[in-house]
Design a protein around this ligand. Structure first.
Ligand SMILES: Cc1cc2nc3c(=O)[nH]c(=O)nc-3n(C[C@H](O)[C@H](O)[C@H](O)COP(=O)(O)O)c2cc1C
Length: 126
């Protein structure tokens, strides 16, 4: 049985990818909740935390939005290293390094139970 990790209010999961979605930065909360060391996350494609319940359409929308220079918001179910899962209220947006290299940043907080329930219903239809 896969186990749900419920985030606490003070958790802030941050990651940064390059233009291709390769993880370039992971904060301590990301490592802690996903169950990976920073070394295991950096350099890997961000779909390493993708949960199979997530519809492809959600990430298609995420990518189209951030590639258009806009801010994407959504409720995302991610998997942990040991087969558990956690829901997040995610915001993703484009940025640039001081050297001018394109980056995508995502910041995630605890979603409400209503947001999770709505996402479960929505994703059944996608
Ligand atoms: C900044 C940023 C953060 C992302 N965060 C996640 C995430 O937390 N979980 C996830 O499954 N995909 C995340 N993605 C999307 C993945 O890059 C990928 O598109 C998704 O996991 C679906 O995998 P696929 O493209 O191989 O089908 C993120 C992408 C970006 C640009």
């Amino acid at each position: 049985m896969s186990k749900e990790i419920k985030l606490s209010q003070d958790i802030l999961i941050v990651s940064e990818t390059d233009s291709k979605g390769i993880i370039r930065y992971a904060n301590d909360d990301f490592c802690k909740i996903a169950g990976y060391s920073r070394e295991e996350l950096i350099g890997q494609p961000h779909n390493m935390v993708r949960h199979s319940d997530m519809p492809k359409a959600a990430f298609k929308d995420l990518w189209a939005t951030v590639q258009a220079g806009k801010i994407w918001k959504g409720i995302v179910k991610n998997k942990t290293k040991n087969g558990g899962y956690y829901w997040v209220n995610a915001t993703a947006y484009p940025s640039k390094t001081p050297e001018g290299e394109l980056r995508y940043i995502s910041v995630r907080v605890k979603p409400t139970q209503t947001e999770i329930n709505n996402a479960i219903e929505l994703y059944k239809t996608l």
